[in-house]
Write a protein that binds this ligand. Structure first.
Ligand SMILES: Cc1ncc(COP(=O)(O)O)c(C=O)c1O
Length: 366
């Protein structure tokens, strides 16, 4: 990237490899709908994460609804959801007719706070939707123990966590089911797409059927359970296969990028960064400042794109209520995502961090 090129906050990264395989597939007479390419993509995600089963679905929102549906969670049930997440996490609960109950987050990881979750449990609580935000995870064994002791399902929204682990175990594997997203800004993308992983054979089968109209088996128009069409296509899976081959390199690059941002910005007066374990491949490079809008504008004048972090869920009109979420408030009002595409070179990152430093030190020269 040249020194004067505009740096987008995030871009999908597709190269000639994807073009070649897509062209080959499109001229092969494949039926485009999900079939062998999707099965291959599923095997790759299962092998990478270490899960027994992977089911690819249309996106990382309906994935979670499919999981709830398959687990029998619906009207009258409550699911605990962190107040800091993309709106898809509570929306997926509402899609199955259940009620998301918002819980504040812990300051160290911005993931759901265990003690606050304990206080939010009612007789109607059936599941916890634990989001490993930006690949960071709370103590996953503690969460598993917490859920097991109360008979709650642990559903991991690991949409942002492909490539992130804790103690060697891939995120998404601590709960009964884990969910990933392949939307355009993710570490790998199929444009739109999602994946469910589980080690539970019966659950895997139910989820597979629900996403395919409740069909008895592939290719047969008999249905022995209620389902919908939440499938992907082999066209997207061709992309997914090629992107998966690049994942290990990208994971290491994201880790190295975060370390470079951290070396330049952490400890700088006026810039906050979260401590991030070596097992974490941050999805986006996040900083916390007093004036994120001002920093965003300043960076823009230097040809640097950025994006405000997601607003706290309780700030969205459809989730507004009386409860207080002080930690979520503090971080969501101060967060900014800096350029995070894994193809960015070190010189480009240095350009970004110089821009941030100039802003917080009061220098505005572009
Ligand atoms: C934490 C989280 N959950 C769910 C989603 C939804 O995924 P999708 O866009 O694939 O529906 C996202 C998307 O960014 C996300 O960040």
């Amino acid at each position: 990237m040249g020194p004067n090129d505009f740096i987008n906050q995030m871009e999908p990264w597709i190269d000639d490899n994807e073009v070649r395989h897509m062209t080959e597939y499109l001229s092969s007479g494949g039926w485009l709908t999900e079939f062998k390419k999707t099965a291959e993509f599923e095997e790759m995600v299962a092998a990478y994460t270490g899960a027994k089963h992977c089911i690819i679905v249309a996106n990382g929102t309906v994935s979670m609804s499919v999981a709830y549906w398959a687990l029998g969670i619906g009207p009258g049930d409550e699911v605990l959801v962190p107040d800091v997440t993309m709106i898809a996490t509570p929306n997926a609960v509402r899609l199955v007719g259940a009620t998301p109950v918002l819980v504040d987050v812990e300051a160290a990881t911005l993931c759901m706070d265990l003690e606050r979750a304990a206080a939010a449990i009612t007789p109607r609580t059936k599941a916890v939707a634990l989001v490993s935000l930006n690949g960071r995870a709370p103590d996953m064994h503690a969460w598993r123990t917490f859920c097991d002791a109360r008979g709650l399902v642990l559903m991991e929204d690991a949409a942002q966590s492909l490539g992130s682990r804790q103690g060697g175990t891939h995120l998404g594997r601590f709960g009964q089911v884990g969910s990933f997203s392949f939307s355009a800004p993710k570490i790998i993308t199929t444009g739109q797409g999602g994946a469910l992983i589980t080690d539970d054979d019966a659950l895997a089968l139910r989820m597979r059927k629900i996403k395919d109209f409740g069909r008895v088996k592939a290719g047969v128009d008999w249905h022995d359970m209620m389902g919908q069409n939440f499938k992907t296509t082999d066209v997207q899976s061709v992309l997914g296969i090629e992107q998966m081959k690049k994942l290990p390199w990208r994971v290491e690059r994201k880790k190295a990028m975060y370390r470079r941002y951290e070396a330049a910005l952490s400890g700088v007066n006026g810039v906050g960064m979260l401590r991030t374990s070596d097992d974490t491949a941050p999805w986006f490079m996040d900083v916390y400042v007093d004036d994120p809008a001002g920093l965003r504008e300043h960076l823009h004048t230097r040809g640097i794109g950025s994006r405000p972090v997601y607003p706290a869920v309780h700030r969205q009109s459809i989730y507004a209520g009386d409860a207080q979420f002080p930690v979520a408030e503090r971080f969501c009002s101060r967060g900014l995502w800096l350029p995070s595409s894994s193809f960015l070179d070190d010189a480009t990152i240095d350009r970004v961090t110089a821009g941030v430093r100039a802003f917080v030190s009061g220098g505005t020269a572009s």
